[in-house]
Write a protein that binds this ligand. Structure first.
Ligand code: SF4
Ligand code: SF4
Length: 129
């Protein structure tokens, strides 16, 4: 339950807390659709938590649980992605979709294999330069 409260807190914060960029993103989208078909949520661990999140934030109703990875983490997918990997409601896609890959995440970002974007981590010395 604590994790769920944390998820709700982070979701609300995402609208008000300014972004803190800790790394650079380069490259561009190759429109493979992997990020719409295989998603993780850092704080949503159970089906019940996901349903509660959907009730509180109806925008998440477009997502469904696709399965679990080898560590038991839930994998989500979007109902709006087309078979060829494109967004069928691009004009109304969510803020999180518009901002993907997000630059403010405080844990180490991991992109899908073959994604056209690249995450360039900044070391302390890079900031000094
Ligand atoms: S995984 Fe990367 S290249 Fe593929 S659709 Fe998503 S952002 Fe674009
Ligand atoms: S709304 Fe569109 S861009 Fe966002 S996850 Fe769904 S298919 Fe992808």
């Amino acid at each position: 339950m604590f994790d769920l409260i944390k998820s709700i807190f982070y979701e609300v914060c995402s609208y008000f807390v300014p972004e803190k960029q800790i790394y650079e993103i380069t490259g561009e989208c190759k429109k493979c659709g992997k990020c719409c078909n295989y998603m993780y949520s850092v704080d949503t661990y159970t089906e019940k938590e996901f349903k509660i999140m959907q009730m509180i934030f109806p925008k998440y109703k477009r997502f469904y649980i696709k399965g679990k990875d080898e560590d038991g983490n839930l994998i989500f997918a979007c109902k709006l992605v087309t078979p060829d990997g494109l967004c069928s409601d691009y004009k109304h896609r969510l803020r999180m979709c518009r901002k993907y890959p997000a630059r403010f995440i405080t844990y180490r970002a991991k992109l899908h294999d073959g994604c056209g974007y690249k995450v360039n981590f900044k070391e302390f010395k890079d900031y000094l330069e």
